[in-house]
Design a protein around this ligand. Structure first.
Ligand code: 23J
Ligand code: MN
Length: 263
């Protein structure tokens, strides 16, 4: 079985019947990073920046290379269970110790673009998941659950973060929905198109930051700032997201790709 499956995969990649979809945003100095409310403002994440070392010049005649720096949670990035206090006591819960089988899994797409169009603060509900499953079948074990909102299509960082006086206004999750995914479905984790996996108004939810709180509490992972979810089928693709092997890292920027049938 396994050899047949690998041969079929290689053949599909070669013949172009499988496409490789890039779900990753470009990292540069204007890549939006999380803006936490004042009361959480004491610790800030570095935006991405890079500094030239040499480019075929007097600093290095034959080579081009840069230094870069950024917070672990910058751009399209991976949240490991250790990121949240609720996940702090799990084993193998950091970027260097997570079993690599957690980096690959079937992807399912929950499409809430319609709901989000009329409500930037939309919270995906348990009812949404139940009717999705009635139509598409049960969310499979080992899945990455991708929450499509088309939020990644916002034209500017300002619109993307959508900060008002009272914090960000971006879609997220009803705690009941994440609790169901964490407890009733054996998923790897969830991925969103917004700057973090939780809603802009998540600090005021009960519990605060329900997706982080409940998912990481259940030893699950997260992916944030995904894009191109509109290029994936609802079911039937495979996602690959392997974080940098930072020792005891809470997460890292990641290149997320999906393998999907072309038709
Ligand atoms: C730290 C504090 C709150 C949040 C986050 C990070 C993230 O969204 C993140 O990138 O994990 S909500
Ligand atoms: Mn994060």
């Amino acid at each position: 079985m396994s050899k047949l499956a690998i041969d079929a995969l290689s053949e599909a990649l070669l013949s172009g019947s499988l496409k490789v979809v890039d779900l990753t945003v470009t990292l540069d100095a204007v890549t939006p990073t999380l803006q936490l409310p004042e009361e959480f403002g004491w610790g800030k994440s570095w935006p991405f920046s890079k500094e030239l070392i040499s480019r075929y010049d007097e600093k290095g005649p034959f080579w081009y290379w840069n230094n870069f720096k950024c917070g672990e949670h910058t751009g399209t990035h991976f949240d490991a269970p250790i990121h949240w206090v609720t996940g702090k006591d799990h084993e193998d819960h950091a970027t260097d110790t997570l079993p690599p089988d957690r980096f690959v899994g079937p992807a399912v797409v929950l499409d809430a673009t319609e709901q989000v169009k009329s409500n930037s603060d939309y919270l995906l509900s348990l009812d949404f998941i139940r009717s999705w499953e009635a139509e598409h079948g049960e969310i499979p074990a080992g899945a990455w659950v991708l929450y499509r909102t088309d939020w990644s299509k916002k034209a500017t960082p300002e619109e993307y973060l959508n900060m008002q006086e009272d914090g960000g206004h971006t879609p997220g999750w009803d705690p009941e929905a994440v609790a169901f995914l964490a407890e009733e479905r054996d998923i790897i984790g969830v991925g969103t198109e917004t700057v973090g996996t939780d809603a802009g108004q998540a600090p005021a939810q009960e519990p605060s930051f329900p997706c982080h709180n409940i998912m990481h509490g259940a030893n699950k992972c997260g992916l944030a700032s995904l894009c191109n979810l509109d290029q994936l089928p609802t079911v039937g693709s495979v996602l690959i997201a392997a974080p940098l092997k930072i020792k005891e890292g809470s997460g890292s920027p990641v290149r997320v790709i999906a393998l999907a049938p072309c038709d």
